[in-house]
Design a protein around this ligand. Sequence first.
Ligand SMILES: *Cc1c(COP(=O)(O)O)cnc(C)c1O
Length: 396
Amino acid sequence: MYGKFKDHLIKEIKDIHEAGLYKDERIIVSPQGAEIELETGQKVLNFCANNYLGLSNHPKLVKAAEEGLETHGYGMSSVRFICGTTDLHKTLEKKIAEFFGTEDTILYAAAFDANGGVFEPLLTAEDAIISDSLNHASIIDGVRLCKAQRYRYPNADMEALEKVLIEAQAQRFRVIVTDGVFSMDGNVAPVDKMVELAEKYDAMVMVDECHSAGVVGKTGRGVSEHFDIMGKLDIITGTLGKAFGGAVGGFTTGHKEIIEMLRQRSRPYLFSNSLPPAVVNAGIRMFDMMSETNELQDKLHANTDYFMEKMTAAGFDIKPTQSAICAVMLYDAKLSQDMAAKLLEEGIYVIGFYFPVVPKGEARIRVQLSAGHEKAHLDKAIAAFTKVGKELNVIK
Ligand SMILES: *Cc1c(COP(=O)(O)O)cnc(C)c1O
């Protein structure tokens, strides 16, 4: 039975290769960190992880994970509402709400699930979801699962958003949804303007803080701290898989009635396994760290400023960033791949992105800074970029 389907897949995969879109995995044999070791034996500096606070292998989190294992075991073998809720899960939910200044939080296996399970339980065909054109795939999928009317506006375009809000007055409820930080440019969504428009046109605001939580704002509270609008967002989704330790897990946090309804009706919550205690206990420790000290945010922000300044001085064309994502613009797809390959030879691990991940003619190398980087790491990366940039005539 498989024969024809097999041929079909082989052809499709060949097409992916020919389009230059085939994704290979580079194999790492060390823990995640600023310095990693590849299967080839090569040691490289990592500038492409979402390990913004350098917590992926932090001794305190490793220890907390071990303690979680010891006190609560390995797996939960249940969804939350049957027998998958421990005291640890409740504590972590509370800590997340405290961090964001919200009323309550619901945990998911991933932010992909949080976004996938947030719209359908809350909105019907009578309502409207208004989405930024560059929103994450998980938001797009979540919107698809919901019967609400769909509206879209071009990335961060607040004039267009206003027009759409006027159109959407026909619906019962309106939710504007945006990524907090857009992962390819590093720009922060103009959430202050969105909140103003939401007040004017009777809408709610949802922000996916996956790339902004822990990173943006002086103490890492995300876009609402950045714009000084704490408490004005109706729904926040986020991940434990990026700045917050990098393991796994997602959450939705916000008004208590919204969270209560999600616990009743959100399908990825109801029909998928509970997070393991090791991850949850490390998450608790991580949020404790966030309230004890601002060292990591301070270091990350200093590292980002330093890198941006030196790279700009070296002559690179860098998109202005408000996050820890720094897009080194090259425009040409092949150049982005050649440059990333040469940088790897220099011991700098970065990824070149091109169409369709970014618009045509806007190929780039995306650098992700981390509090785990020391100044020597940054200097080595800047020197390598400068050397390779000259070789490839990107800079003079
Ligand atoms: C990474 C990311 C997600 C998915 O997070 P996971 O917890 O890995 O599922 C969702 N939204 C945005 C904006 C992201 O960047």
